[in-house]
Structure formats: structure tokens, C-alpha cells
Design a protein around this ligand. Structure first.
Ligand SMILES: C[S@@+](CC[C@H](N)C(=O)[O-])C[C@H]1O[C@@H](n2cnc3c(N)ncnc32)[C@H](O)[C@@H]1O
Length: 471
């Protein structure tokens, strides 16, 4: 089917508005009530106290570190990335002798795999923003690249290691950034993979540096742990946790430490078996800890994913991989018990260094027909701002808590944030079972959505026409 069956979506029971979300297999239908959900942003004092305690825990995790120099150190890392981008373009003989090129020519000359084209488009716009390349709007061509000189690049690489140390990354991070910068042409052509550089011989040391040991990660992981621990007060059954995209367990470990005296039913999940195997070895002896596969882009169908069965869901640096954030959030909220807590850790700032390294892991797969179908559609970006996350949580049926660290905190600029929502109760949402029954009478099986989620509000996305009013 090419588009949503608009006629069949009229007058659905209890539905005020709908959104037809494509792929990855069959579409999903999000349905919202006639009246918008309550605005749950007025928080009880107890909620604020938990947030304040989490901020104290974050600060304690970085106590003694000099946070004032972080912006300057981040800038040094940005600088190496900018030089690395310019170097790839220059070495491909682009922009030499006054030559002007449009984006298509740049992609052709570099022989970029189609799935990574967005990264090169971002390089071009970033270099323009930084005054190292010029763009002629009338012709759509770029020109006047500031060519990187050998001495400047060597100096920037040395400074990268100083920055790495100051930010609390292990030495393997410098090796990783240098290795990716050196192999960028092959990486962009998909003739080499970042995975092998990030996990050399299956070792997780470099990834741990990226998600655990550095100052911003330490802050958010400990703040997230305090938020989860704050949730346990007063419950009379084991704390039922689901962690998605748990990976190398950089957030899991402080969370398990914070819950050391708590009886747990902790389901550690990831989309990849590689991480489940290493986590079993590392964490497997903790009572109440189980391991399983879970993909945030697919319906949670396994028996352990019963609606309303989880007190807390933790998702650290993974939810941006959702092809449609609203769909993923709606599915997670359905798994939460009333008033259950969703704790996200997300990067909310674009780091140039990622444009020459980690972003290559975030491109769509070669088989995927489309990439993001939400607010990021067609925008060559992966991450959401704190305000966008809060909006997404609100629309999906969560009461958002204040984002941590707060905007004025010295680590806010580093971009790692803890974003929390409490599953909103007391809202009358459409019943997906009734909607499914109505659609069964109107549509043949292949045209029906694969799943239906109730939300509080549907959100428009650029270049999509899949939103409608049902009455
Ligand atoms: C950036 S790592 C973060 C790992 C971990 N949360 C941590 O902080 O140590 C992202 C993780 O998300 C997982 N992931 C990627 N796409 C996913 C998906 N569609 N569903 C579930 N997990 C996914 C990856 O396998 C990886 O382990």
C-alpha cells in the first residue's frame, strides 16, 4: 500500500486524530483521543526532590574534576574533526584551484555509500558554518575550502590527546578517533566498518570510555541511577526493570550499585547478542538479572513484554535509534505500570567528532528504504534537543520531569542529558482493541496496521502526509 487508508480511518471509536507510521515491516497506527491529554507538567514536590537528589548524585560522581575547562577541551576535539573532514575532501582533489562542486559531485568523487551520504552533507554544512568552506546559494555549489596543512593537523592531533585526558576518556579514545579519521574514505564507501575499530578483537574498552568513564557520562549515569533508586521507595514487590539497548552496561552498573539492597527483576536487553554475551559474563551473578533480545523498532511481542508489567524502563543512548520516536515511546509506555518511570540518557548536542566517527554507526542499513519518519525526517540528523524530547514524551503520554543536568550546569554544554517521563495516568485514550476491531471490518488483512498504539497527541513530521483527524 502506498499511503494510509484515509477513508477507513474516519470515525474510529474514541479516536480524534491518527498517524500512520510506515515500516520497518507493516505500518503502525498511532491513535489519539478527541481531547488532548492533560498537561501534566505541574510536578508534586516529591518529584522535584527525586530530581534534585539525582543532580546531587551526578555532581558527586565528578567531584574534584575541573569542569570549567570542558568547553575549551570539547572545542579542541571539534577542531581535529573539522580538519579531518577538510583533509578527506582535499585529498580527493575536491575544491582545488578554485573549483566549485555541488553535493552530488562531492558524493561521487568520494564514492560515498548512499546510506552515509547524510554524513557528507553534514560535513559540508558544518564546514560552511565554521567558515572553512563557502556556499553559493544561487548555483548550489560549494567552493573555497580552507585546505588543512600538515603541521596544523599534527598539532591538533596532539591536542586531541590532551583534550581526551581532560575530559576523562581513556587513551584508547585517541587511538579510536585517529584510526577513524585515517580511514574515513574507506568507511564512507563501506569498505571498512567502525565496529571493528570500536570493538578491536571484541574488546569493549573503547566503548566503555565513550559511555562510562568520561566526565559527562559519569554524571548522567549516576544521576540516572539515583532516579531509578528513588523510584523504589514504598514498593512491595521486586523492582521490575527493563533496560533497552543496554550494550556494554555503562549505565547498568551504577544503577545496579544504587539498587544493591533492592530485590530486583531486571531484564537487560539489547538488539545484538554480542552485548548479551559479554554482559552475562560481567554481571550475570546478580540475583534477579535476566538477559534478552529487544529491538525498539519492532513490536514487543515476547511473553516477558506484557503491557503494564514494568516499574522502570531505562534506555541509555539508544532511543535516538528509533525510526519513529513517538512509536517507540508509545510502545514503551504500554509496558510500564501506572505511574511507571521511563529514564532516558540521550546526547542532545552535535559533536563534530561524532561526524567523523560514531555517526557512521548510525546511518540506516543498506536495505532500509527509509530512515527516520518522525520530526527528524529528511533533516540529516539523529539527535533531538531537550525541548524536543520533552515534547515527544508529553505527546506519547508521559509527564516529563525536568531534564538533567539543567541548562546552567557546567556539563550541560557537553550534551549528555537525562530525560525522564512518568507514565501519565487519568487520561482517556482510545482502546487499541476496539480500533483494531473496527479496522478489521473495513480493511483486508494486508492493508491493516501491524500494531496500534494509543498516544495523547499525534505529532506532525516534515515531508509526511500521514496524519489525519478521525471525526
Ligand atoms: C550507544 S550504545 C549505548 C550502550 C549502553 N546503553 C551504555 O550506555 O553502555 C547503543 C546500544 O543500543 C543498541 N541498539 C541499537 N539499535 C537498537 C535497537 N533498534 N533496539 C535496541 N537496541 C539497539 C546497540 O546494540 C548498543 O548496545
Amino acid at each position: 500500500m502506498s499511503g494510509p487508508p484515509v477513508d477507513a480511518l474516519a470515525d474510529l471509536p474514541g479516536v480524534g486524530a491518527w498517524q500512520w507510521v510506515p515500516g520497518p515491516q507493516r505500518p503502525t497506527l498511532l491513535v489519539a483521543p478527541n481531547l488532548p491529554g492533560t498537561d501534566g507538567r505541574t510536578k508534586p514536590a516529591a518529584e522535584q526532590a527525586v530530581v534534585d537528589e539525582a543532580a546531587v548524585a551526578g555532581d558527586a560522581a565528578v567531584a574534584g574534576a575541573d569542569l570549567s575547562s570542558l568547553p575549551q577541551l570539547s572545542r579542541l576535539m571539534d577542531e581535529v574533526a573539522l580538519l579531518a573532514m577538510a583533509r578527506v575532501l582535499y585529498r580527493a582533489r575536491l575544491f582545488r584551484d578554485g573549483a566549485k562542486h555541488d553535493t552530488g559531485q562531492v558524493l561521487d568523487m568520494l564514492r560515498v555509500a548512499p546510506r552515509h551520504a547524510w554524513i557528507v552533507r553534514r560535513w559540508l554544512s558544518t564546514l560552511v558554518t565554521e567558515g572553512r568552506l563557502r556556499y553559493d546559494r544561487a548555483s548550489g555549489r560549494y567552493h573555497d575550502l580552507v585546505a588543512p596543512d600538515r603541521v596544523g593537523y599534527a598539532r591538533a592531533r596532539r591536542e586531541l590527546d590532551e583534550a581526551r585526558r581532560g575530559l576523562g576518556y581513556p587513551p584508547s579514545m585517541t587511538r579510536f578517533f585517529v584510526a577513524t579519521a585515517e580511514r574515513l574514505p574507506a568507511l564512507l564507501r563501506d569498505e571498512a566498518g567502525v565496529q571493528e575499530l570500536l570493538f578491536p578483537d571484541g574488546s569493549t574498552d573503547t566503548a566503555e570510555g565513550n559511555y562510562r568513564d568520561n566526565l559527562p557520562s559519569r554524571w548522567v549515569n549516576h544521576a540516572a541511577a539515583a532516579l531509578v533508586a528513588g523510584r523504589t521507595h514504598g514498593s512491595n514487590h521486586p523492582l521490575r526493570m527493563l533496560e533497552v539497548g543496554a550494550g556494554i552496561g555503562a549505565t547498568t552498573r551504577p544503577v545496579l550499585e544504587a539498587l544493591s539492597g533492592t530485590e530486583l527483576d531486571y531484564l537487560f536487553t539489547d538488539v545484538s547478542r554480542f552485548f548479551l554475551t559479554s554482559a552475562r559474563t560481567l554481571l550475570g551473578d546478580r540475583p534477579g538479572l535476566r538477559f534478552g533480545l529487544f529491538d525498539i523498532n519492532l513490536p514487543p511481542v515476547a511473553p516477558e513484554f506484557t503491557p503494564g508489567s514494568r516499574d522502570v524502563i531505562l534506555a541509555a543512548n539508544v532511543l535516538h535509534n528509533a525510526r519513529h520516536i513517538g512509536r517507540a515511546l508509545a510502545a514503551l509506555r504500554e509496558l510500564l505500570a501506572p505511574d511507571g518511570l521511563l529514564v532516558l540518557v540521550e546526547s542532545c548536542r552535535e559533536h563534530y567528532q561524532a561526524l567523523t566517527s560514531m555517526y557512521l554507526l548510525m546511518s540506516p542499513s543498506a536495505e532500509e528504504q527509509r530512515w527516520f519518519t518522525d520530526v527528524r525526517a529528511g533533516q540529516d540528523r539523529v539527535f533531538l534537543s531537550p525541548a524536543e524530547w520533552v515534547d515527544q514524551l508529553d505527546a506519547a503520554g508521559f509527564d516529563p520531569l525536568p531534564v538533567l543536568p539543567g541548562d546552567k550546569h557546567p556539563l550541560a554544554d557537553a550534551g549528555q542529558r537525562v530525560i525522564v517521563g512518568r507514565a501519565r495516568s487519568g487520561v482517556r485514550r482510545p482502546d487499541p482493541v476496539l480500533v483494531e476491531a473496527a479496522l478489521a471490518a473495513r480493511l483486508p488483512p494486508p492493508d491493516r496496521p501491524e500494531r496500534i498504539h494509543a498516544v495523547d497527541r499525534v505529532m506532525s513530521a516534515p515531508n509526511t502526509v500521514s496524519i489525519g483527524v478521525s471525526r
